[in-house]
Design a protein around this ligand. Structure first.
Ligand SMILES: Cc1cc2nc3c(=O)[nH]c(=O)nc-3n(C[C@H](O)[C@H](O)[C@H](O)COP(=O)(O)OP(=O)(O)OC[C@H]3O[C@@H](n4cnc5c(N)ncnc54)[C@H](O)[C@@H]3O)c2cc1C
Length: 422
């Protein structure tokens, strides 16, 4: 039996899920809704580790992904005079070592584009076979405004006022998911967001000659951290993180982007490393993105015929480096369970929840208590942390929260119903 499915969000897991599911039955009708007018390709580097390369290989996309991977060779922490205080080389697949860079790192926008292209190409190839009976349809510049659950379908109201019934609605609309709020209610949705008390801004600035393949990190007093990542690209990605004591940054998210830029400029204006370059770059950036870092912890991943996928259901926070991995696992398992259960959508959603829980718990296991160590308040604290990081860079294995427990590595459940390659 073919299903009529709405996926809200054309980020990473929305297109991945649609492509995977379509393999099991090309006659499924899958509509992907994106609130922006085109693909949202901003963002900095995302890591592909643990299960992500296995899934991409099964999808036949790993070679394309590898061709887009950036060549970052490690991380150096520097002091305000630009002198290296510690160095962490890139971590090879399967290696357990503290560090920022993993073997496969790709710009988020490239990843989104590869997955979108794969879904469109597959759809075009299948068109002669399925005609108008199925396929993947993208609708940009639209969102949903209401969901009405009935025993056999969900009635969705779109932002253009039209209504349509679906067998299943997949919320793939990220950490702040509107679909989650509509389906589970504001109260449950708000309570699911567990803030790390850290605010992050990401943007690109022109590269300077002295920047090479190493990512660079700097800790500044006042609980601030700055990273630059250039690798082999013509621009430099900047990541600003602040453990905020006031409410200035959080309040800015309700305002237009210029106000967010202003709030981050004020917060970082007195750092003593690359200050003018970073602040000017921030003001002029065209791909600025800022948010409060946190985890999404939902008691259930579905209600009726609405199911949460990726950051919408279980964002582990960018500090784990596992968001993309977990969302691809979700896309693979949800597609697999739907393929395995046929018309029994509710049975598939129950199995998806059972299969995902160990992976979610694993990826969300994170020592938030020790996070403060990376955000010292005083100059003495910054100096001490520098010494500690130097010691760790020399002695492997002291920072357990950075050695992700990847005991599920490679043990991906097989779904022959998905008709994948590997
Ligand atoms: C702009 C942006 C930049 C990011 N940058 C980084 C980064 O630098 N490093 C990092 O580790 N992670 C970053 N992330 C998060 C990262 O993409 C996710 O953690 C992870 O890959 C899981 O992806 P996802 O598909 O679940 O969600 P996302 O990648 O967040 O995608 C969600 C998609 O849903 C769309 N959407 C949101 N609300 C609606 C709505 N109401 N209706 C329709 N569509 C909607 C969004 O525009 C987006 O295209 C970024 C996310 C975004 C959106």
């Amino acid at each position: 039996m073919s299903l009529n499915i709405l996926v809200v969000g054309a980020g990473i897991c929305g297109p991945a899920f649609a492509t995977l599911l379509q393999r099991s039955n090309p006659k499924h009708k899958i509509t992907i809704l994106e609130r922006f007018d085109s693909l949202r390709t901003s963002g900095q580097q995302v890591d592909l580790k643990t299960q992500a390369p296995h899934i991409l290989r099964k999808m036949g996309l790993m070679e394309t992904i590898k061709a887009h991977c950036v060549n970052e060779t490690g991380l150096e922490m520097v002091d305000s005079t630009d002198k290296q205080v510690s160095y962490f080389p890139a971590t090879a697949a399967g290696e357990r070592r503290p560090g920022l860079t993993s073997e496969h790192e790709i710009m988020r926008g490239d990843m989104v584009q590869v997955l979108y292209d794969a879904s469109v190409e597959r759809n075009a190839a299948l068109k002669p076979q399925i005609g108008s009976q199925g396929g993947i349809l993208y609708r940009f510049g639209q969102t949903i405004t209401a969901l009405d659950q009935h025993p056999d379908e969900v009635e969705v109201t779109f932002s253009d006022g039209k209504k349509q019934g679906f067998d299943l609605v997949v919320a793939a609309d990220g950490q702040g998911s509107r679909t989650r709020r509509l389906a589970f209610g504001e109260e449950v949705s708000d309570a699911a967001f567990k803030s790390l008390g850290i605010h992050g801004a990401y943007f690109s600035i022109p590269r300077i000659e002295s920047e090479g393949s190493l990512a660079r990190g700097h800790l500044a007093p006042g609980r601030r951290m700055i990273m630059t990542r250039t690798s082999d690209r013509p621009v430099t990605g900047v990541l600003l993180f602040a453990m905020e004591q006031s409410n200035r940054l959080r309040a800015s998210y309700k305002e237009p982007q210029e106000a967010q830029k202003q709030a981050f400029s004020e917060t970082f204006k007195d750092i003593e490393w690359q200050t003018d370059r970073l602040i000017e770059g921030l003001r002029n950036s065209e791909d600025f993105y800022a948010h409060e870092l946190g985890q999404i912890k939902m008691g259930q991943l579905s209600t009726g015929r609405v199911v949460l996928l990726g950051d919408a259901g279980y964002c582990p926070s960018p500090f784990t480096g596992l968001g993309t991995n977990l969302c691809l696992m979700g896309a693979y398992i949800l597609a697999g369970e739907l393929a395995r259960h046929g018309s029994d959508v509710k049975g598939a959603l129950k199995s998806y929840e059972d299969e995902m829980r160990p992976f979610i718990d694993d990826c969300q296991r994170f020592s938030t208590g020790s996070l403060g160590l990376f955000f010292p308040y005083s100059r003495l604290g910054v100096w001490s942390m520098g010494k500690l990081m130097w010691a760790v860079s020399k002695v492997n294995g002291l920072f357990p929260q950075f050695q992700k427990v990847d005991n599920h590595d490679g043990c991906i459940r097989e779904y022959p119903e998905l008709k994948l390659k590997g």
